[in-house]
Design a protein around this ligand. Structure first.
Ligand code: ADE
Length: 244
């Protein structure tokens, strides 16, 4: 996965990328991220990147010119690019979008907006798509870009220490995660479920699937509607419902 990040705050992006799994993914050449300061593409002595909104109103709007110039600079290398503007008006980011980004052959360009917004011509004529980290407003697109890069990069085969980790995650089932336990087997009177220490892998799988279904039914029933339930799932759900 190859990315370019356009931001007014490169340090925010670099600080996160230079730790832990994403750092190792870059060292293993599974992930490449180049970070650019949008201000470097602004003209004039003052390198102004924002201006007042036409029509009035509070706040500032990011000017189109530095962003267009930045992307034109990137394009000089001739690589194909998929340009993503992070904004609360975008398509909500999901695990399936993370899978799509992790497999993307084109370079991904993440444009991080700041201030009250970005000139509409960036959305209509520069970006290929707009992606939102969720239904809330951040101070800027940096955390959203990092969210997208993080969730996507960890799906690249080999990025996690153990290749099975990402595949086996309950979220890849389209469900919320099942509970996890580690030692000690009893902590302050709270015991680890017996099945997890039974060594019976079939029973452990069934318990995890049931607990993932239980949690999802309670917190995110909308997710259940999206996945196709198997006969085993239906049986587990009827057991859960029978418990109450
Ligand atoms: N910038 C500000 N809020 C955002 C959000 N929720 N997602 C993506 N970019 C943003």
């Amino acid at each position: 996965m190859k990315c370019d990040v356009l931001t007014l705050f490169p340090d925010i992006i670099n600080a996160y990328l230079n730790e832990s799994i994403l750092k190792r993914a870059q060292e293993k050449n599974l992930l490449e991220v180049r970070v650019y300061n949008i201000r470097d593409f602004a003209s004039g002595r003052h390198k102004i990147v924002d201006d007042y909104p036409f029509g009035g109103g509070p706040g500032m709007v990011m000017k189109p010119e530095p962003l267009f110039k930045a992307v034109e600079h990137l394009r000089q290398d001739g690589q194909q690019r998929r340009i993503i503007l992070l904004s609360p008006q975008g398509t909500p980011f999901t695990q399936s979008l993370a899978e799509s980004f992790s497999r993307e052959q084109h370079r991904l360009v993440f444009i991080c907006g700041r201030y009250e917004g970005v000139d509409e011509r960036v959305k209509s004529s520069l970006a290929d798509e707009e992606v939102s980290a969720g239904d809330y407003v951040l101070t800027g697109g940096e955390l959203a870009a990092l969210t997208v890069i993080d969730a996507s990069a960890r799906l690249i085969p080999g990025a996690l220490g153990d290749d099975r980790s990402a595949e086996e995650e309950s979220f890849s089932w389209g469900l919320l995660d099942y509970p996890h336990y580690t030692r000690p087997r009893e902590f302050r009177g709270m015991k680890v479920p017996e099945v997890l220490v039974s060594g019976n892998h079939k029973e452990i799988w069934l318990w995890r699937r049931k607990e993932a279904l239980r949690k999802t039914l309670k917190i995110r029933p909308d997710l259940i509607e999206r996945i196709g339930l198997t006969d085993v799932d239906k049986k587990l759900i009827s057991e859960i419902k029978g418990e109450h």
